[in-house]
Design a protein around this ligand. Structure first.
Ligand code: ADP
Ligand code: MG
Length: 646
């Protein structure tokens, strides 16, 4: 594992025997190759350890062969046209770098999932390749500073946000049940205005849930650490201690599944959707990323000029990578749910920029000028000569509006959605940084030894000049930033279809092929899988909106109206009964018209953005009706119930 060497078959047999002994000791009767296809969640097919012995008895068996590779029927997993139906075979292959774990009675073995023809059908295979590319490129750069460096590891600490709702209320909301979000629902008079939920005392039912989740995670070796109430009512967060990146990604997948399983045991439902409720914050997944040589975090400025030179080189590589490939980072966060969140004044905007904080920005500016012959500023950082001032870790963390923020000794990518695997953002991030390292190495290689210091200084200064437009320390929620970003030429990819386009970009395909992470066929197939998933989700939402409106909302308004009409025909009918009746009747026609208009667009299934617009309009009309119709006649649990009963 440490040296990435190929595995001998006899070793595999021994490991399999050890795993089986351990797992059966823990009560496991089954094993599964556990993998992450291009859907939400993971896949598993359980087999028992039992074989017959040919003499009427049973024996337990688990060989190296079964551990290393299996052949699940892959025809029903998304592949974006890679697999022909006549060649439905896929292979799952053991990833020894991610520890096996036990869920209930099943030994789960993390695996990659590839097509018969060799293409990746999952998130893990390209992630491992991206990590290998990063390792190689980073080691090359590090060699200019320290020839003993053998391995550079990437680390990830994720923060997972989620909502909890009562199971009974959930079951009465067809939209939550089928789409994970409320397609309708009038804002609660009280939601998050008082900001009394964030970090507030955790209610007993929730605390029970959280501690059950944590115990379950610890048993599986997942170092759950932090738990707290989030900004929105009924919203919470869990975060573990950071781990080796590939392991952390798997652990996040297991955590999402565990949250849902334990919620169910507590008569709660855990919503991982990016935007379950309108008018309150949605849920994201923060991706805290760093790279290290052994114990030495390369994103930690050291206390001597030599360590600082490495730090500044790494920092400049990241600035260059993020500026050159902001579109790819954005694409890795694109899905139907996140479209409701990014740029909605609660989450980072769809524009990717880097927050460095004042102090680091100042250092970068000095570094930029360091090369200039004359500078008005007295202070100039000279790489490998000057010592950087100690950077205060907490001060840099206060800008919550930035999608990509330096937070002391790591970068925090905050645009990913709560339901997404961490794999995709990290496939992008590690590959683009590998490319930047690679380009810096190529330049350094061309330098004569005695000019190394000066040459590096010049290179870093050039990088800053070329890419400093990506640095933005201001408020990313402000309208002005959109204008400013446009002037700087930064992409603003607002919707999923726009954000997925970069996957088809020739320059991006060339980079992924060059670093052996994804080939052209895989890139195109991923684009197709993601765009199809997006389209299907919107169509499901639209179909359901129509159904709820026709069978629940319109009948409710009609029932209210007929109740009112008896008052309007009574002897005490007056201006008030007329006014109330008219208001309900108007609301009914609004809802009906909006429904018809959505139906017309839905039938065509041609323009997804139009369908989304019409859905939003119908929702507006329904939410208005909710504020008019008698409470006891309203067929859906309301926001005040969903968000405050738990
Ligand atoms: P926040 O202030 O954003 O709520 P924290 O500072 O508590 O978050 O840390 C969030 C996550 O960052 C945790 O999972 C933590 O383990 C992780 N983290 C801390 N240091 C590093 C590092 N060097 N590399 C990667 N992740 C890290
Ligand atoms: Mg965070």
């Amino acid at each position: 594992i440490d040296h990435g060497a190929p595995l001998d078959r006899s070793v595999a047999d021994a490991v399999a025997a050890g795993m089986k002994a351990w797992a059966t000791d823990m009560g496991a009767t089954h094993y599964t190759h556990w993998f992450a296809p291009l859907t939400e969640g993971t896949a598993e097919k359980h087999d028992s350890f039992f074989e017959h012995d040919g003499k009427g008895g049973m024996l337990e068996e688990f060989t190296g062969k079964l551990l290393v590779q299996q052949e699940p029927d892959a025809s029903s997993f998304p592949n974006g046209g890679i697999r022909n139906t006549f060649e439905a075979r896929g292979y799952s292959a053991w990833d020894p770098s991610s520890p096996a774990f036990i869920v209930d009675d099943t030994l789960c073995i993390p695996t990659v999932f590839i097509a018969y023809t060799g293409e990746s059908l999952d998130y893990k295979a390209p992630l491992l390749k991206a990590l290998r590319a990063l390792d190689r490129a980073a080691v090359d750069v590090c060699h200019y500073f320290n020839p003993d460096v053998r391995k550079v590891m990437a680390y990830l600490g994720w923060e997972q946000e989620y909502f909890l709702v009562d199971e009974g209320l959930y079951a009465a909301r067809p939209d939550l049940l089928l789409t994970g979000r409320t397609l309708m629902g009038h804002e609660s008079a009280k939601n998050q205005q008082l900001e009394d939920h964030y970090f507030g005392a955790i209610k007993p039912r929730i605390l029970n849930f959280m501690s059950e989740v944590e115990k379950e995670l610890w048993r599986m070796g997942i170092p759950a650490k932090t738990r707290h109430n989030e900004v929105a009512p009924a919203q919470f967060e869990i975060a573990p201690v950071f781990e080796e990146l590939n392991v952390a990604v798997d652990h996040n997948m297991v955590t999402m599944e565990t949250l849902q399983k334990i919620a169910d045991r507590n008569d709660l439902v855990c919503l991982l959707h990016e935007k379950p409720f309108e008018g309150v914050n949605g849920s994201g997944k923060h991706n805290n990323w760093s790279i290290s040589v052994g114990e030495k975090n390369l994103l930690n400025p050291g206390n001597n000029p030599h360590e600082n030179a490495i730090f500044l080189t790494v920092l400049c590589a990241i600035i260059k990578a993020v500026d050159e490939h902001a579109d790819l980072l954005r694409s890795s966060t694109a899905n139907a749910g996140n479209d409701h969140r990014l740029g909605a004044n609660e989450a980072p905007p769809a524009i990717i920029s880097i927050f460095l904080g004042d102090q680091l920005t100042d250092i970068i500016e000095q570094l930029e000028k360091g090369e200039a012959k004359s500078s008005k500023h007295g202070s100039q950082i000279k790489v490998g000569v000057d010592t950087l001032p100690a950077l205060p870790a907490d001060v840099t963390d206060r800008n919550r509006t930035s999608p990509f923020a330096f937070t002391g000794n790591k970068f925090e990518f905050r645009a990913a959605g709560s339901s997404q695997s961490c794999a995709n953002p990290n496939i992008m991030l590690n590959t683009i940084v590998a490319e930047a390292f690679d380009e810096i190495s190529t330049y350094l290689e061309s330098l004569p030894k005695e000019e190394f210091q000066k040459g590096l200084q010049k290179k870093l200064s050039e990088i800053i000049k070329a890419h400093k437009r990506i640095i933005f320390n201001g408020d990313g929620y402000k309208e002005e930033w959109k204008e400013e970003a446009k002037r700087r030429g930064l992409p603003n990819l607002r919707t999923t279809p726009e954000a997925l386009k970069p996957l088809l970009d020739e320059k991006n395909i060339a980079m992924f092929e060059k670093y052996g992470v994804l080939n052209r066929v895989e890139m195109v197939s991923r684009y197709e899988v993601f765009i199809e998933e997006f389209t299907r989700k919107v169509l499901i939402e639209a179909g359901l909106s129509i159904n709820i409106s026709r069978t629940m909302i319109i009948p409710a308004i009609s029932a209210y109206l007929s109740k009112l009409s008896s008052a309007a025909n009574s002897p005490w009918k007056n201006a008030a009964t007329d006014e109330i009746g008219k208001c309900a009747a108007d609301s009914l026609s609004e809802v009906l018209n909006a429904t018809k208009s959505l139906e017309a667009e839905f039938e065509k299934k041609a323009d997804i953005e139009k369908i989304k617009e019409k859905m939003a309009h119908l929702r507006k009309c329904v939410d208005k009706a909710e504020g008019i119709v008698e409470d006891s006649l309203w067929p859906l649990p309301k926001y005040r119930e969903l968000l405050f009963i738990y």
